[in-house]
Design a protein around this ligand. Structure first.
Ligand code: MN
Length: 162
């Protein structure tokens, strides 16, 4: 499926490679080499997917992902991170910062294309508030007006020292 994809990558050769690859798959691409312009470009371009390098001067990929996730208009856009260093624990940190997927450089064209297709297939992320509101509606009232029976004393778990 055709999509709008923004790529943030400070290396000119890599950004050309990514854009050419995605153009060849029929996508509309927008490359950003200076991450300081990434948020403004994202607002203007309204991408279906953001691909960002992690190692970027000025605003690194981790910080950029946090800003995207904190932006009310962009928080649902899936993010794929690209990194030259995938050490132990990086997967978790990158996902915590907001990425749905990451691939390591030098990229495998097949893996890169497959990861892009998978994220586009999944589409936008759920709105951050949906879950919380649903839970609130379904939850019983927190306290009753005459809460005599609503707070049973839990059974004692130990004989001494409680
Ligand atoms: Mn870089």
């Amino acid at each position: 499926m055709m999509a709008r994809i923004m790529i943030v990558e400070d290396n000119a050769l890599n950004i050309k490679l990514f854009c050419d690859l995605l153009d060849a798959h029929g996508h509309e691409t927008r490359g950003v080499t200076d991450s300081r312009g990434a948020m403004a470009t994202a607002h203007e371009f309204a991408p279906d997917l953001v691909i960002t390098d992690i190692q970027l001067p000025h605003i690194d990929g981790m910080e950029l992902m946090r800003r995207l996730r904190a932006d009310p208009e962009l928080c649902r856009v899936p993010i794929m991170a690209v990194t030259a260093y995938a050490g132990e624990g990086d997967d978790e940190r990158i996902r915590e910062a907001g990425a749905q997927a990451y691939v390591s450089k030098p990229i495998s064209v097949a893996r890169f294309a497959a990861a892009v297709d998978a994220l586009l297939e999944e589409g936008p992320l759920p709105a951050p508030d949906e879950d919380a509101e649903g839970t609130d509606d379904a939850a019983p009232p927190q306290a009753r007006e005459n809460g005599a029976a609503s707070d049973p004393v839990p059974p004692a778990t130990g004989k001494a020292g409680a």
